[in-house]
Design a protein around this ligand. Structure first.
Ligand code: FPP
Ligand code: K
Length: 492
């Protein structure tokens, strides 16, 4: 499944120097030791206070060499000079961490929002994503994005279809992904003018037509149904305060679904795979991006401590999510036997606050069980590992700025958004403060973010960025402002 090539048995196996070393060492002292100073190649930054885990080759190497294992080895070799400080010559703090280059990243993002030739604006179906990625990232870097309100409103207004939802550009069919991106971008710039662009009645009708008899959502009428649809639809319903009652004209209503949320948790639950992760649709390979979509959707359907354990096998899910964090890189991969990528700082990293809430339950209002109390200590992943990967490996160091997948890749708006979202969640602790009453469909929970404080903080305090809501991935106050506005409107 994951191994693409098999080594010919008669072919001599070439061992890397560190593999021989690791095997010899492992044979000497079983079980394998944890990495120590002795594992480090000479001349690395051990004095800079970088734990050997992040500067050494892995102590245990799978003996089966494949295309996947070779790519993995190349990635480790690519990242080590960045993790050891070698590539940041003299620009690291005492923990071997370079500063977050906010100024250059802001410039990069502003450029992404720059005017494109008008014909291109209409032709590029992923244009709304650029609005969302860039504005969300700018907000995380502390920029006031309301200055983009007028331009955004004028740009997206003609892209809304009379039948509900937004396409990628003028004249394009409504799609859940572009609608999600457009709506979140509008919430980011905020203000009545932005909120009023959205035709919520038409949006409701369109969502009813996307709802399927099996409980899930198609991305586009007649198109594919997957867990992105489940997440995008629930975000839209929740943020915009769309009524849950299904339109009696819809096919899913005829199939027995009286609510937009009916059967959705069950459908999402079917996407969990034997590995414990979540696939786009039932029966295929688990991937981190879909795990986030699944947990985000379930956390909208009901409070996460009720809905996530109800539809997911928690031990398997947690084991799979934990396996996504690699050493020495420190970052996350999206799936088994694949490489770290900065964007999974969000897709996988963003699962942890939801898992934490699922395990710990709300901090007030309900008595906590002993298990829930026990779950509320420490961190479920290595925050320092992720922060190291992000600050050492994911920042473009040229004048270009922006954040990236890994050192060999160029920065882009997508990675800048999701790397920064992951950095934010590693730097903060989210708590489910008060859960909605059990059985109140569509209600909202109260979440609270606090800076995550460690005895020895590895990053400079000035580099702690803004917060982003663990479900909606825009700042919490922007979600609340939207709720307040739409809550004051009578529902059609
Ligand atoms: C594999 O790419 C990537 C996927 C299978 C998932 C892509 C989906 C998203 C990024 C998120 C969608 C979410 C919403 C809300 C629309 P790859 O094979 O290039 O990367 P890999 O090797 O890291 O798996
Ligand atoms: K990738």
């Amino acid at each position: 499944m994951s191994f693409r090539t098999r080594r010919n048995k008669t072919q001599p196996r070439v061992l890397f120097r560190h593999q021989i070393k690791a095997m010899a060492a492992a044979a000497e002292s079983l079980p394998a030791r944890s990495p120590s100073h002795h594992d480090m190649p000479p001349g690395n930054a051990s004095d800079a206070g970088i734990p050997g885990l992040f500067t050494s080759q892995p102590p245990i190497i799978d003996a089966l060499e494949t295309e996947s294992s070779q790519l993995q080895q190349e990635t480790i070799d690519e990242c080590l000079p960045f993790l050891s400080g070698e590539e940041h010559a003299g620009k690291c703090n005492q923990h071997g961490i370079p500063r977050l280059d906010k100024q250059r990243h802001v410039k990069f993002l502003q450029k992404q929002l720059g005017r494109l030739p008008p014909q291109m604006t209409a032709a590029d179906p992923s244009r709304p994503w650029f609005f969302y990625w860039s504005l969300a990232a700018l907000a995380l870097l502390g920029e006031d994005v309301s200055a983009y309100r007028e331009r955004l409103v004028e740009t997206v207004r003609p892209v809304q279809n009379p039948g509900g939802g937004f396409g990628g550009g003028f004249g394009q069919d409504s799609h859940l992904a572009t609608t999600y991106a457009t709506v979140l971008a509008l919430m980011l710039v905020g203000g009545e003018e932005a909120y009023d662009v959205i035709d919520r009645h038409a949006m409701w009708e369109w969502l009813c037509s996307l709802k399927q008899a099996d409980g899930g959502f198609q991305m586009v009428v007649g198109g594919e149904e997957d867990v992105r649809g489940a997440y995008c639809a629930s975000v839209l319903i929740s943020v915009l305060g769309i009524p849950l009652e299904m339109s009696p004209d819809s096919l899913a209503y005829a199939a027995g679904h009286k609510s937009l949320f009916s059967g959705l948790g069950e459908w999402v639950g079917r996407c969990q795979t034997y590995e414990g992760g979540v696939a786009a649709v039932p029966g295929i390979e688990a991937h981190g991006a879909y795990a986030f979509c699944a947990l985000g959707c379930l956390s909208i359907l009901d409070a996460p401590h009720r809905s996530i354990p109800k539809y997911m096998n928690m031990p398997r899910l947690i084991a799979w999510l934990s396996s996504r964090q690699y050493a020495p890189e420190g970052g996350f991969s999206g799936r088994t036997n694949k490489l770290v990528d900065g964007c999974y700082s969000h897709w996988v990293g963003g699962c942890w606050p939801l898992i934490q809430a699922a395990l710990s339950g709300p901090s007030s209002g309900e008595a906590r069980s002993a298990d829930q109390q026990a779950a509320d200590t420490g961190s479920l992943f290595s925050r320092d590992g992720l922060i190291r990967y992000i600050l050492c490996c994911c920042q473009d160091q040229t004048l270009r700025g922006g954040l990236r997948d890994k050192p060999s890749k160029y920065s882009d708006a997508y990675h800048t958004c999701y790397v920064l979202s992951g950095l934010s969640s590693a730097q903060h602790k989210w708590t489910l403060k008060v859960a909605r009453p059990a059985g109140s469909a569509g209600g909202a929970d109260e979440w609270e973010a606090m800076p995550y404080i460690e005895d020895e903080q590895i990053f400079n305090e000035d580099d702690r960025i803004g917060i982003t809501h663990p479900i909606y991935v825009i700042p919490q106050h922007k979600v609340e402002a939207a709720w307040e506005y739409y809550g004051s409107k009578t529902t059609e």
